[in-house]
Design a protein around this ligand. Structure first.
Ligand code: NAD
Length: 538
């Protein structure tokens, strides 16, 4: 963690100091207890975790080594077999207990997520929602997805064919810091439902939310060692994890995703990669202005813009452009920034001063090259070491790094357009393809335009949460935004291996009963011609 703690006298005066102090007095030594859940042989080498609201030290977790990863994977392998052997109904019960516990204990989880990541409470609540929805969905539907399936056999009536789903074994989950609860646990739930064990490596900035989530899973009935946590730097733990697990689910930047894919490729390791985005919003002239403005602000500034699905480019059809921009500026200027363990402030802090500096560098460079800042554009040291104002820019050109770099902060560029085809071209002119948003009252046109957008997720008259929250549907990135999908049946089956078991009865699929090869070929040709016309047998 690169947070440089302000001096205690400075941090005491920051608005977040009271909230962090209040949380400390309530949580006591809880973080030390959580840190003991990390699998390590040498707890002395530590990584400090800081509170982004103030920069103060919160606690420490072990800096795990490759030996620790080996230990964690070894224990997980032993635990996995017994877990997979349990009736699927037992695993279902654990997930549904977890659903209840997550909702019951939400205040404790929300506080921890906020203190550790610096986010606003509503953004933290999205994490609780997401975990609850995924545990309910996979708890209820998982058993059905895992059932053996009959398929049409090679020779109808004589070949009985079944598809069996087996867990892969140990799944590695490598998670980012921006949604520390969701990203650590929601992808683990279908893996566990399928009978796998999990090795979880949370981001160095936010390990405690992930550890608390696993502690709650064990309270819900998950046996010890089935979900193991290792903490430490990705650059050190990535290779040992990829060398020892049976499948990996990585969420993070496209740059790291490429490195993971290369290593996974060497071992032919199944991997799903959920990566970055530079997500466009298109607002057609007939859009409901008030809803579009409110939706845009939520999609651009929710979680202070530190959301893979968040909108960083808005294309507005010219007849609406001036009114939209004016209304968005007014809306943005009313958004409150702050640090509080309640639903007061709309926007929280960025994760670290280093990240804030990156965001500000991109904004300053764009302004120096001619972009116009319509709102925001400044760090807010009076609020804390990494707060940043929600920022609206116009006249951003392709020459500016901000136009195609993922900012991952509360910064959005606004562009006018005339013809929808022009907006689609601009939206698609990005190496990324994660999420897009389109606003129009003409839903037919909206769906038609959606089909032309090169993104794995398109929200009509919403920013991102409609597709994200529809967990029954697969969700993943196109182009540099990812490989594979989470959610839906595919989101669970990615953690299984299929085995096809076919039983041949009575007749061999070969010349038999005294038929010559030529007679057999003739008979099979006739049968094939016939089968094509028989519903249920083709
Ligand atoms: P990151 O790639 O730097 O780190 C993500 C995780 O990978 C962390 O746990 C990190 O420790 C680990 N890591 C780093 N180097 C590694 C390596 N060489 N081998 C193995 N693991 C390594 O990303 P970040 O800065 O933590 O997160 C922000 C990025 O994540 C953004 O690009 C954002 O769009 C993306 N993201 C994508 C989704 C999605 O669902 N598509 C969701 C959230 C975040």
């Amino acid at each position: 963690m690169t947070l440089e703690a302000p001096t205690s006298s400075t941090s005491d005066r920051l608005p977040g100091a009271a909230a962090v102090a209040q949380w400390r007095s309530r949580s006591g030594p809880w973080l030390d207890v959580l840190a003991q859940r990390v699998v390590t042989a040498d707890p002395r080498s530590e990584i400090a975790v800081c509170a982004p609201w103030t920069g103060e030290h919160l606690g420490s977790v072990p800096a795990c080594t490759s030996e620790d990863v080996a230990l964690a994977v070894g224990q997980a392998r032993l635990a996995q077999q017994a877990w997979a052997d349990r009736p699927v109904g037992d695993r279902r019960r654990v997930l549904l207990n977890y659903h209840r516990l997550t909702l019951d204990r939400q205040d404790t989880l929300l506080d921890l997520v906020q203190v550790e990541s610096g986010k606003a409470r509503l953004s933290a609540f999205e994490e609780v929602l997401d975990v609850a929805v995924n545990s309910r969905y996979y708890g209820i539907h998982g058993p059905k997805f895992l059932r053996d399936r009959s398929h049409l056999g090679a020779l109808p009536f004589f070949t009985a064919t079944r598809e069996v789903r087996q867990p892969v074994g140990v799944v590695g989950i490598i998670a980012p810091w921006n949604y520390p609860l969701t990203m650590a646990i929601s992808d683990a739930l279908p893996a566990l439902m399928a009978g796998n064990a999990v090795i979880l490596k949370p981001a160095t900035e936010t390990p405690f939310s992930a550890i608390a989530a696993v502690a709650l899973l064990e309270e819900a009935g998950l046996p010890p060692h089935v979900c193991q946590i290792v903490t430490g730097r990705g650059s050190e733990l990535g290779t040992p994890i990829l060398d020892s697990v049976d499948s990996v689910c990585f969420t993070g930047s496209s740059e790291t995703g490429r490195a993971i894919a290369q290593q996974a490729g060497d071992r032919l390791l199944p991997c799903s990669l959920e990566l970055g985005g530079k997500n466009p919003m298109i607002v057609l002239a007939d859009a409901d202005l008030d809803r579009a403005v409110e939706g845009a602000a939520r999609a651009c500034f929710g979680n202070a813009g530190q959301l893979c699905m968040s909108i960083e480019r808005i294309y507005i059809q010219r007849p609406l452009y001036d009114r939209f921009v004016e209304a968005l500026v007014a809306h943005t200027q009313q958004l409150t920034l702050g640090a509080a363990l309640d639903y007061g402030p709309a926007i929280g802090s960025l994760i670290s001063p280093a990240h804030q500096a990156k965001v500000h560098r991109l904004v300053e460079a764009a302004i120096a090259q001619g972009a116009q800042c319509l709102s925001g554009g400044r760090p807010r040291p009076d609020l804390g070491p990494c707060f940043y104002e929600p920022t609206l820019l116009s006249q951003v050109t392709p020459a500016m790094a901000l136009s195609d770099t993922e900012v991952f902060g509360p910064v959005v560029a606004l562009y006018p357009f005339d013809d929808p085809a022009e907006a689609i071209r601009a939206a698609n002119a990005s190496p990324y393809g994660l999420n897009a948003s389109l606003w129009t009252r003409n839903l037919r046109l909206g769906r038609q335009l959606a089909s032309q957008i090169q993104c794995g997720s398109v929200n009509l008259n919403e920013g991102y949460i409609a597709t994200w929250g529809s967990v029954a549907a697969p969700l993943g990135g196109h182009k540099a935004s990812g490989l594979g999908v989470r959610h839906g049946q595919t989101g669970l089956l990615r953690y299984t291996r299929s085995q096809t078991v076919a039983t041949q009865r009575g007749v061999a699929i070969a010349p038999s009963f005294g038929l010559s090869p030529q007679q057999y070929a003739h008979l099979m040709t006739l049968a094939l011609r016939l089968l094509r016309h028989l519903p249920g047998l083709r």
